[in-house]
Design a protein around this ligand. Structure first.
Ligand code: HEC
Ligand code: HEC
Ligand code: HEC
Ligand code: HEC
Ligand code: HEC
Ligand code: HEC
Length: 387
């Protein structure tokens, strides 16, 4: 009881601190405000990729966006809104900016254009994927997404929906980061929908609730987004053990490695066959074969848009690759005579978990249905160049 009241007072205090700083000149200090009271969460976040995004954006701008203005990058023909995913609250810095202004404020240009010498600028103020990108300071308990275009918070139905704004096509239909979509097991062409671990959410694996004290947050470990975390006693814990009692860290890592290597071996072989089919089709006018080749390319690209390199919804990823392969081989054999010999695909047994998962899976059926539609829409856009 007393603790609740103390907490209440602290929250009220927190809000006072926040209200005096909201709309202030820089977004970086607002992260520092969170650190004052959530120092352990801050430390975890600070060591994670979410807190280290500026150098990546700078290097890509200097390689792939030479000669373009910030406005070209955000709104041009090959538009990609780097700010929205890599540092949404950057638009609050410097008295308030739009996304194009933020991009040219934080990355150097010459005559308004990015060059091969483009580097990061105003680094101390770059907010990264800040606390306030995922938490509305006025409603911190509910996962919220800060939309850098509208500069407003959008409350999320679930944490996975939050992840899917940037690691899926929920905000940008033509992104090539499609983990959220792959996890939902829909969207492939001619491949049956399939979920390897139905109902398991991003945060179940990536924001594991640790038993460790010494923090005012039960999610102390969660904010590293790592699957395997080091406990205070020095031991490693993997989030998989949460549901699979038969798995320790070593076993879990062995399964993860096995899933990834079987995906990567198959992916390499399928890439060769799809490329061979593309070469064989050069100059061939055949609508049916052209359509088949397109589907093969689509399913291959879709499988490769998963960010785990073959772990997420593993069985579905393998089905996408096998389908792409079958279609590529059909194209090649239809053109026999001119086409080269196809590459044999590797056959590997994939590991199974022996224990049924004791934790009931939390399902959100309405959500999956919404996604299925989004997945169909994504189909039309998937052929965009990978950034
Ligand atoms: C003055 C101290 C203080 C500051 C500053 C502060 N918080 Fe908190 N916050 C608290 C306390 C105290 C709680 C309640 C903790 C508990 O229940 O264990 C809390 C709870 C939370 C929760 C959980 C809410 C829930 O309902 O489960 C989130 C999320 C959160 N804070 C995020 C933030 C973010 C993001 C910032 C920076 C924008 C921030 N806080 C700044 C003290 C603070
Ligand atoms: C839809 C959200 C989204 C947009 C828009 C976006 N990124 Fe990313 N980006 C991500 C995510 C998510 C990752 C992490 C991917 C992973 O871990 O596999 C990432 C990773 C990267 C990386 C690391 C290498 C890689 O490809 O994994 C670079 C470099 C990068 N982004 C640059 C950019 C640039 C430059 C822009 C704008 C032109 C941009 N991104 C736009 C979400 C986005
Ligand atoms: C990429 C999104 C993201 C970022 C960035 C982020 N969080 Fe969170 N945070 C979450 C999610 C999602 C949850 C809820 C996890 C769940 O319960 O499933 C959460 C939970 C919390 C909680 C409540 C945990 C508890 O149960 O007590 C606190 C406190 C918190 N975050 C603080 C912060 C602070 C402080 C920062 C910055 C240092 C931060 N978060 C950055 C997504 C984020
Ligand atoms: C506002 C956009 C955004 C949201 C929301 C977001 N992420 Fe990220 N995430 C990124 C970006 C951008 C990167 C890559 C940073 C880089 O490497 O430049 C990233 C990186 C990661 C990584 C590490 C990738 C690597 O290559 O090591 C993991 C894991 C991750 N995110 C999981 C999550 C989960 C789980 C959620 C939901 C709770 C989430 N993210 C929400 C943008 C976001
Ligand atoms: C069943 C557990 C599980 C679920 C659910 C899950 N992931 Fe993962 N994720 C993993 C594993 C395991 C890896 C591979 C880590 C490695 O290679 O060490 C991974 C890798 C990633 C990476 C690349 C990180 C890196 O280190 O390269 C990102 C980004 C990511 N996941 C985001 C998400 C998002 C977003 C969701 C929800 C849409 C999600 N994951 C759901 C287990 C999971
Ligand atoms: C929130 C609970 C939960 C977490 C966390 C979790 N799993 Fe699972 N896992 C499940 C469920 C549910 C199934 C499906 C069981 C079934 O279909 O009988 C499953 C099935 C599996 C399977 C069998 C897949 C197949 O091909 O049939 C493997 C392997 C597996 N999980 C590995 C992992 C690994 C590795 C991790 C950690 C990265 C992990 N799981 C994390 C709940 C979970």
């Amino acid at each position: 009881m007393a603790k609740r009241i103390v907490n209440g007072i602290l929250v009220a205090l927190a809000m006072l601190v926040l209200l005096t700083t909201v709309g202030s000149v820089s977004a970086a200090p607002s992260v520092l405000n969170c650190r004052n009271c959530h120092s352990s969460v801050f430390a975890r976040w600070n060591g994670s990729p979410h807190a280290n995004t500026q150098a990546d954006v700078a290097s890509e701008l200097s390689e792939e966006r030479v000669g373009q203005t910030a406005n070209d990058v955000i709104h041009g023909t090959d538009a990609e809104d780097c700010i929205a995913c890599h540092a949404p609250t950057a638009v609050l810095v410097n008295g308030g900016m739009n996304e194009s202004q933020a991009l040219s404020y934080f990355f150097t240009t010459t005559d308004g254009k990015f060059t091969k010498n483009t580097t990061a600028a105003h680094t101390a103020d770059w907010p990264n994927v800040a606390c306030t990108a995922c938490h509305d300071p006025h409603n911190p308990g509910k996962p919220s997404y800060f939309n850098s275009t509208t500069k407003k918070y959008e409350p999320m139905k679930s944490a996975s929906e939050l992840c899917g704004q940037c690691h899926g096509n929920l905000r940008f239909p033509d992104t090539d980061h499609l983990t959220y979509n792959i996890r939902s097991g829909t969207g492939g062409i001619g491949v049956p929908d399939q979920q390897t671990m139905p109902g398991v959410t991003c945060t179940d694996c990536h924001m594991y609730v640790s038993e460790v004290d010494g923090s005012n947050s039960a999610m102390f470990h969660g904010h590293s987004w790592k699957i395997t975390v080091k406990e205070a006693n020095g031991k490693n814990t993997t989030s998989c053990t949460h549901c699979h009692a038969d798995m320790d860290t070593a076993k879990a890592n062995a399964i993860i490695a096995k899933f990834k290597s079987s995906f990567q071996a198959l992916d390499a072989a399928v890439q060769k066959n799809v490329t061979a089919a593309m070469n064989a089709m050069k100059g061939v006018e055949n609508k049916a074969l052209q359509a088949k080749l397109k589907e093969a390319q689509f399913n291959l690209r879709y499988a490769e848009s998963d960010e785990s390199g073959g772990f997420h919804n593993h069985n579905y990823l393998m089905s996408l690759l096998k389908d792409a392969n079958t279609k590529a081989l059909e194209v090649i054999s239809a053109l026999k005579g001119s086409a080269p010999t196809p590459t044999a695909i590797p056959t590997t047994a994939t590991p199974k978990s022996t224990t049924p998962a004791p934790t009931p899976a939390k399902k959100q059926p309405g959500f999956e249905a919404v996604f299925a539609i989004a997945g169909m829409l994504a189909v039309a856009y998937l052929f965009r160049r990978r950034h």
